[in-house]
Design a protein around this ligand. Structure first.
Ligand SMILES: [Mg+2]
Length: 227
């Protein structure tokens, strides 16, 4: 049983990724794969297919870097107002099922809860305004303010300094395996891979089996806390 392997009483700090983990990644996928190519095509007078192809190449070049998370960078790169475009589709921002119950449960158990995201602070703002999960966090940390994305080991040293957690008493949950691998290399003891990042995508990669996997936060709720 999962709750036997990850005992809440052994954990003091819980670090949680935002997109795909707590929130439905469909919003982000729709933005990068549909809305932005559509607007880019209109602007440059090219087909949607051509626009998507060009953008995919650009995305690939900046994946896993701070540029990727910097929406001001993307506004310049594509010459469109990316934050304004994101505002147009905020109705697609959704919290994954049972996330709020999970956060409430952590609060009841007096855990320190931090949102740890590669997202830009402007995107974080949009999402915290749209959902009510912000109130559960002791604070929210963006890789942008740390200076490194979560994929880089430097990120972890910096946030440990800042948050003062012990690696042996920390639980980290994310939907990106590259990030989980870095956290593991750094020495975070409890690592969980949240799958089913998007409610709509059928193209999710199979987990490698390196990490404990959950598809729903109910799996991490101890039986006595199940509502
Ligand atoms: Mg994520």
């Amino acid at each position: 049983m999962l709750e036997e392997r990850i005992k809440l009483k052994d954990i003091s700090h819980v670090l949680l990724d935002m997109d795909g983990t707590l929130l439905d990644k469909y919003f982000d996928d729709y933005f990068w794969e549909h809305l932005l190519p559509e607007k880019y095509a209109e602007k440059n007078n090219i087909s949607f297919g051509r626009a998507k192809e060009k953008l995919m190449k650009k995305y690939k070049m900046h994946e896993g870097t701070l540029n990727w998370t910097d929406i001001d960078f993307w506004s310049r790169e594509v010459d469109l107002d990316v934050p304004a475009l994101k505002e147009q589709i905020t109705h697609l921002i959704e919290v994954h099922p049972h996330v709020e119950d999970f956060l409430k449960m952590l609060k009841r158990h007096k855990k320190k809860i931090f949102l740890v995201t590669n997202a830009h602070y402007k995107v974080l703002d949009i999402k915290m305004k749209k959902t009510r999960i912000g109130e559960f966090f002791d604070s929210a940390i963006t890789s942008f303010e740390i200076g490194y994305p979560k994929e880089m080991i430097e990120f972890w040293g910096k946030i440990q300094e800042r948050l003062g957690f012990e690696k042996e008493k920390t639980l980290f949950i994310d939907d990106t395996e590259a990030v989980l691998k870095t956290a593991k290399r750094y020495g975070i003891k409890y690592i969980v891979h949240k799958i089913h990042a998007s409610s709509k995508s059928s193209t999710e990669k199979e987990p490698t089996g390196e990490f404990t996997v959950i598809s729903d936060f109910r799996e991490l709720t101890p039986p006595e806390d199940k509502l």
